[in-house]
Design a protein around this ligand. Structure first.
Ligand code: IPD
Ligand code: CA
Ligand code: CA
Length: 267
């Protein structure tokens, strides 16, 4: 295993196990509102602290971008860790057991290693660029679906950007004609890993942040998925709009977005 993936896994497991343990003492969870419909807890912050501590011990000069702590500058500009200490906070605060820790390392602006850890199911998704993707050390692959017929698609509602509700729902309606069903799990990082593990056939969401996607995106691609922005380009880390799936599923989703999405959904 790449030594930096090893560190990512160590950090993700330590933070994930802390998060899972904290569920047992709900009275100690403090919930704060960041913005409309957007929450953070003391557990997100403590988990983030654990992760940063593990990374800094091994790589004190690396840069870090983490959801709650922001940018932590290091001397070595080429290395950037992208962290979501708790993806699925809304699930976590409701004791809805579906959330994860997401850690990616980008070297010279290219994601090299990624790990997503679901501490409730003890599922560890990992990937190293060029070496495939694994779930608990077993290789995972995306199935080559013919088209949207019979597919199970994951998505996220734009609950922090409700001005996009009607454009989003138009796309959903158009997709629902062809696909079998949808899942809205509440963790974008796990949605991308579920594409990788062939648990869903495709995923799309708008308005995500780099830490929601960075690790899951490499895991999905290393399992054979394609990832694009809503225009079919590669700017999803900038636009926050991502589609993932096998080539045929991706094409089907992009076609519906092009036809039924609003202007904000064209990039
Ligand atoms: C959220 C989850 C959710 C997605 C949101 C994200 P958070 O991340 O990934 O599935 O729909 O857009 O913000 O806030 O729980 O880390
Ligand atoms: Ca997130
Ligand atoms: Ca988060």
């Amino acid at each position: 295993m790449h030594p930096m993936l090893n560190i990512a896994v160590r950090a993700a497991r330590k933070a994930g196990d802390f998060i899972a343990k904290s569920v047992e003492t709900p009275d100690n969870i403090e919930i704060m509102q960041k913005s409309s419909n957007d929450f953070v807890t003391n557990i997100d912050k403590a988990a983030e602290h654990i992760i940063i501590d593990v990374i800094k011990k091994s790589y004190p000069d690396h840069n870090i971008v983490s959801e709650e702590a922001g940018v932590i500058k290091g001397k070595d500009k080429d290395y950037q860790w992208i962290i979501d200490p708790l993806d699925g906070t809304n699930n976590f605060v409701r004791n809805f057991p579906h959330f994860c820790v997401s850690i990616a390392l980008r070297i010279k602006d290219r994601t090299e290693v990624a790990c997503v850890y679901d501490p409730i199911r003890n599922e560890l998704f990992t990937a190293q660029r060029g070496s495939g993707a694994q779930l608990n050390s077993k290789r995972i692959r995306v199935a080559q679906t013919k088209d949207l017929t019979g597919t199970l698609l994951a998505t996220g509602f734009p609950f922090k950007a409700k001005q996009h509700s009607s454009g989003f729902l138009n796309v959903l309606t158009a997709l629902f004609v062809d696909c079998a069903d949808f899942r809205r799990t509440g963790s974008a990082a796990l949605d991308l890993c579920y594409v990788a593990a062939d648990r869903v056939d495709g995923f799309f969401e708008l308005g995500l942040k780099p830490w929601d996607m960075a690790a899951g995106e490499l895991i999905a691609r290393e399992a054979g998925a394609l990832c694009t922005d809503f225009a079919g380009g590669t700017n999803y880390m900038q636009t926050g709009n991502i589609v993932a799936g096998s080539p045929k599923v991706l094409k089907g989703i992009l076609g519906k977005i092009r036809e039924h999405g609003n202007e904000a959904m064209k990039k």
